[in-house]
Structures are given as C-alpha cells and as structure tokens.
Design a protein around this ligand. Structure first.
Ligand code: IVH
Length: 694
C-alpha cells in the first residue's frame, strides 16, 4: 500500500502525462503512444481517485472528457454535454453491466439493447435547423468543441438538408466522422508518391482532415459518417426508442450503421459482439468494439449518469490492434531469389489477439522512412490475419510513459522495461548466410545475395518452394528436413532430391524407416507433374501459379516455353515486358538449362497439355467471388488462378455469381451469398478443386 505522499506524487505524474498526451492527440493529431497505453494511464488515474476521493482535484483530467479546443477555430458550447462511455473487455464485465441495470431499474426481465459497432473516428455534433445543416462541431472537452462546419459540409454522406419531413425544428445529431480503410490507403499512397506527409491510421487522418482550415483540401479527402444519437431537440419530438430514432434518421437521409441491431438480454449482446468481431476485418472502416445502449429513452432517463459516463451504455472493446514494444534486433533473412529482407525482432507483445515477436520491415527504405533504430520503442500493428508491422517509432521523450503503461498491464503480459542500447540498423554488405557480396540492382530497393549457387539460404528456400503444395507437392518435405539435407551436404541442387535413397533418409535426425520410405515415395510420385506446376516449382521470379498456368496453356510443352523469346512470351496472358524478360533470362542461363535437363533425366516428366481455347477452359462462363482471407494465397493470386481457369472474377455477389470462395473474416459478401442461396466453398474445398482442375 502506498502512503499518501507517494500516491499524490503518482497522481500528479499521471495527470501531467495524461494532459500532455491529450494535447498530442487532440490538438496536434500526432499521438506519441498507442491508445491502449493512454487508456491504461487514464484507468489508473480513475482507480486511484475512486479509492481516494479526497485526492480528486478540480483540474484532474478525470473531470473532463477530452481536451481543450485548438485555437484558430471558433469555439462552440454544447447545449448538452457530449459524454464518453465506460469500457469493458470481457463477457463477465458485460454481465455485471446488465446486473447493475436490472438492479437500478428494479425489474426482473432482461432489458432491450440497441447495439452497433464502435467506430474509430472523431465524434461530432451536427445541428439542423428547419432541416438545414446549420453548424457542425467537434466534441472537444465534451462541453466546448470547435466549429468545423466548413469542413463537415464537404462530407458527401451527410445531407445539407434533411429529406422528407417530421423532423424537429431544431435537431442535434451526433455521430462519428471517419475515413474508410480503402480511402485512407489510396490517400496515403498518393501522399507517399508525392513525398508528402502520410498519416499513421484512418482515425488520425480523419482528425487531421477535420482540422484543416482550408475546406477545399477536406473536400478531397474520403471522409464519411455514421450517426449514433440525438442531442438537443426543440419544437418537435423524436420516437421513444433509439432504434426508432435510427429509422427516422434513415428516412431523413442521415447515414446510420448497417450492422445496428436490437437484442434482448446480455447473452444476445455477447453473440452480437462475437458477430461484429468476426466481421471486423472485412469492414471498410475501423472499429474498436461494440457500443451497447439501453434502447428505451425512458429507461435511459431513469438510469441517468455517473460522473463522466451514462449508466445506460457500455463500450465492449476488442483487443487492441496497435501496442507498443521494444525493437530488440533486426536480422536479415535471405529469400528464395536471394532478396534480403530486414526482419524486426520484437520484445514479445500481445496485439490483435496473438503474441507477436517478429515483424517484417520489407526493405531498407522502410527502415529509413520509419527512422528506426535498434533499442527503439515502437508501435506494432496487427489487424486480422495480416502480418504484423511497425507503424511508428515512439519518440524517445515518451518511452518512459509507454513503459509505465506497460507495467500497469499486469494480467496478460509482464512488462519488461529493460533498455537496449540504441544502435543504427546497418544493411549487410555480405550475405549473412553464405558471405557472398550483397548487391543492389539499378533502380531496385531490394538488396540481394549474389551467391545464387552457393547460398544455403537460397537453396533451402528454393527447395521448400519446389516441394510446396502448388508446386511439386512433395509431402513430408518440411523446413526442418530441408535444412538438414542442405546442412549435411546431401542436397546441393533441386535435382539432388531425386537421388536420395531410403537409407540416407532414414539416417537423418527424427526419421524412421517408415517415414523415410514415405518421403521417398512422395519424391518419386512428384515426378509425374503438370507442366504448369513444374514451371511454377522452378521459382522463376514473378512467375506465380497463374502465370505458370498461362504459360503452360499457351505453349503446351516445356521445350516450347524454353525456346520462346521475349516477344513471344509477351503474347501470353498476364505476362508483361518485365516478366517476359525474367522468363527468357531464366531459360537462357546454362546452369538453369542444365538443372532442367538433370531433372528430366532423373525421371521428372512435366505433362504436356493440349493448348486449350478459352471457351473450353474448365471454369469458362462462370462468375466467381473471393472474400475473406485465404492462408495459402492472397486474394489477387486466387483471382488470377480462377481467371486462368476461365472464370470471371467479380467484386460483389449477385444472382449471376456461380460460386463464392469465403475465407476467415468474410463479411457482407458471404451474407449476401447465403441470402441468395449461392454456392459457398471454404479454402480447403477451393484448393481441392484447383488440384483437380490443374
Ligand atoms: S454513443 C453517451 N455510439 O466512442 C454515449 N459512441 O467513449 C455517446 N463512438 O465519444 C456515445 N462509435 O466518439 C456511441 N456507435 C457509437 C460510437 C461511439 C464510436 C465514440 C464516440 C464517443 C466515444 C465514447
């Protein structure tokens, strides 16, 4: 137990930090620590103050909801304060929320809740007078915000005049303005290409955009809005439930979230939260949880308010997708084509629902763009099944604070605040695996190991690719085994695989006679292979499954592909000048020709396909849709494979759709397919089908 002086000192420090980060976030649009860390600082303040009410000061950040408005905009006083929400993270917390509500209302029956996603954007208030948009303001500190009417007028999703009739003469509508993920991505890509400032995430981008003094700039940015409540109402009445108010909003042309639902009881709320969480990544906007509100306005009134938050609503928060950790080291991994990729070794951290300890840094340009050094505290983002990445370095002045915040999170992870000596990330001049010189091709960002034939890393990757499912599909030839074979010098080229005998294999670590026999059988079986798979297995740069299939279709025989010049290659679907060049160069290399010859001599026999006219392709005349994430390939690859098989690939589901491939995270497209009774298959079924067709 801390003594009073120590507590007061901690409170003073917490308040100083919170005020500081409030201003970074709200006034400068440049947060220095992740939201989760800020929330923890704030929660700690609330906890201490709740236990020691005598220590609450009038200027404590707990006494306000946000931060002071930025000078430069006209201030707007909200007629009714804009509150914030209490947060819960678990089903148990949700149950307790319902218990409190039931107790206060003194009823036996579970209440009706209006649920909707919690949008990660900027809270705003819109004032409509006689149906005309008169004024728009930010939340500011909850009492006073800033006038952003000029900017909000540019948001096309919002009516400048309400449609229909029946609305109150004075109506304040509240909601969240946000940027779509796709809009954010293209805006950032454009900024990057022009060398302009990019934003860290859609929320900061939306906040920054709404603070533009020049609304012509705002008009070019992809902002939109969902309305979630009514504030001031004069000369008119609104319906007596939130869900009915939303229906009125829709009639008046105000955008409301399409996932809103009315449910009864907390168990149904939990189901709803699970449903929204499952769809989180498929949505084109960022959400960080679900907001659960009592649907009846009369009951809301009866429940009333706590100090800062209503008792009739709760935010159920999803796991954070951005958290801070320490960059402990950067290693350079050598890929199949010799490309050196810097990989961040991170102090393990729980983010987006899993523990992450590595993140790709893509290339040295990315390292420079981030201004990254080893020992830095960094913000790591992992959303959905997307690979984790570093989005930002925490400026050195704030490192202590994020570490304090980590230290407070004592349930899920023990915060390690050991400092690591800062050092620059230096690109190697020699391959870390084989010591060959590292080269950088003209006009390329990528660094490459020049030791194609001697580099064990390249050989290991090439073998793994060769043996992989879409290629020669050699069962049982995993990475541990390939590493052993290469390290022991038993395999020095792809062709050596076919010379391995059962005895040699059986002598390897963790290999019995049975598994050696199975592996040998697998290797032998792979000799009968389609031309497309064989071409893909060779690992020619930029020749993926779809291109390999197109090449096989176009030329029909391996000899014809090998003999083709660049011009002829360019006539193949999907093959541009760069890829044509790569293919021609690959087959011109004597060592590659020698390898192919050896493979053929050892019995590998790529089946020659008859050249198929487009209308005879197996999926010709069909329309397919791919949605959600797939593990074995990305959506573009799936699309290319389908097209190579003759299918049309559409972006949305309609009655004309033949089949939908749905991976995890599939959202509205899957729902539409189910509604229309269209065939839906999962990834496994899809891969099985491809295997059959190729
Ligand atoms: S209702 C008193 N609904 O979350 C309740 N808020 O901490 C008012 N937010 O400032 C808020 N999506 O910016 C509500 N569907 C939603 C929301 C939502 C995002 C934000 C809002 C508010 C904060 C609450």
């Amino acid at each position: 137990m801390k003594d009073s002086a120590a507590l007061q000192a901690e409170l003073a420090e917490l308040r100083r930090l919170i005020n500081y980060h409030n201003s970074r976030y709200h006034q400068l649009d440049a947060p220095a620590i992740p939201d989760q860390d800020y929330d923890r600082l704030f929660q700690r303040l609330l906890d201490i103050e709740a236990a020691h009410p005598g220590l609450v000061t009038p200027d404590s950040p707990s006494q306000r909801v946000g931060s002071a408005p930025l000078g430069g905009f006209t201030q707007v006083r909200h007629a009714l304060p804009m509150q914030s929400l209490d947060k819960v993270f678990t089903s148990d917390d949700l149950r307790r929320f319902e218990e409190r509500v039931i107790k206060r209302l003194n009823t036996a029956s579970p209440p009706e809740f209006s649920c909707e996603p919690k949008i990660d954007g900027v809270a705003v208030s819109l004032l409509y007078r006689d149906g005309m948009l008169e004024r728009a303001a930010t939340r500011g500190d909850g009492t006073t915000g800033e006038d952003i009417t000029h900017n909000v007028r540019t948001v096309r999703a919002l009516p400048l005049r309400l449609q229909g009739g029946g609305y109150p003469a004075l109506l304040e509508v509240r909601g969240e303005i946000f940027m779509t993920k796709s809009g954010f991505a293209s805006m950032n890509a454009e900024a990057l290409s022009k060398g302009e400032r990019t934003f860290v995430n859609p929320r900061n981008a939306a906040a920054g955009t709404l603070r533009q003094l020049d609304s012509r700039l705002t008009a070019q940015r992809p902002l939109t809005m969902f309305c979630y409540s009514a504030g001031l109402v004069e000369n008119g009445v609104l319906p007596d439930t939130l869900s009915a108010i939303f229906d009125s909003f829709v009639r008046w042309g105000l955008p409301v979230n399409e996932l809103r639902r009315v449910v009864t009881g907390v168990a149904a709320c939990e189901e709803y939260c699970a449903l929204v969480q499952a769809r989180r990544n498929a949505l084109d906007y960022e959400i960080d949880g679900v907001v659960i509100k009592i649907n009846s306005l009369a009951l809301q009134q009866e429940l009333g308010m706590n100090a800062r938050t209503p008792r009739w609503a709760m935010a159920f928060k999803f796991p954070a997708e951005e958290v801070a950790t320490v960059l402990e080291d950067v290693v350079f991994q050598v890929g199949r084509t010799g490309a050196l990729t810097p990989v961040a070794r991170l102090r393990p951290v729980f983010v987006g629902g899993v523990t992450v300890s590595n993140a790709t840094l893509h290339n040295m340009d990315e390292v420079r763009r981030l201004g990254l050094r080893i020992g830095d505290r960094v913000i790591v983002r992992r959303a959905g099944d997307v690979i984790p990445k570093i989005v930002q370095v925490v400026p050195p002045a704030f490192v202590a604070e994020t570490a304090v915040a980590d230290a407070m999170e004592n349930d899920r992870q023990t915060a390690d605040t050991t400092l690591i000596e800062a050092r620059d990330i230096v690109a190697p001049v020699q391959c870390p695996v084989c010591g060959s010189p590292v080269v950088q091709e003209e006009g390329e960002v990528l660094l490459r190991c020049s030791g194609t034939l001697v580099c064990r890393a390249q050989l290991i990757q090439a073998l793994l690719h060769f043996a992989s499912r879409g290629a020669m599909d050699i069962e049982g030839l995993g990475s541990k085994l390939v590493e052993q074979l290469v390290e022991a010098g038993l395999v020095k080229s792809l062709a050596d695989l076919y010379q391995l005998d059962v005895d040699t294999l059986a002598n390897l670590e963790r290999m019995g006679l049975k598994s050696a026999q199975n592996l040998k059988a697998g290797i032998d079986k792979s000799k009968d292979i389609s031309l497309a798979r064989f071409l893909f297995a060779l690992g020619i740069r930029d020749v993926g499954e779809a291109t390999a299939l197109n090449l096989a279709r176009h030329f029909g025989t391996l000899a014809a592909v090998m003999a083709a010049d660049e011009e002829t290659l360019k006539a193949v679907d999907d093959v541009g000048p760069v890829v044509a060049g790569r293919i021609a160069t690959f087959f011109a290399q004597p060592l590659n020709r020698q390898l192919i010859e050896q493979l053929l001599k050892l019995g590998v026999s790529p089946q020659e396909l008859a050249v198929v006219p487009p209308e005879k392709l197996p999926l010709s005349g069909q329309t397919w849709v791919v949605t959600g994430s797939l593990a074995a390939m990305d959506r573009n690859q799936a699309k290319a494979v389908l097209q190579a098989l003759g299918a049309k690939v559409a972006g949305s589901v309609s009655a004309k759709t033949t089949c939908v491939v749905a991976g995890p995270g599939a959202g509205s497209k899957l729902a539409t397919a189910e509604e229309l009774g269209i065939k839906v298959i999962n990834e496994q079924e899809f891969l099985a089908l491809l295997e059959q067709l190729q």
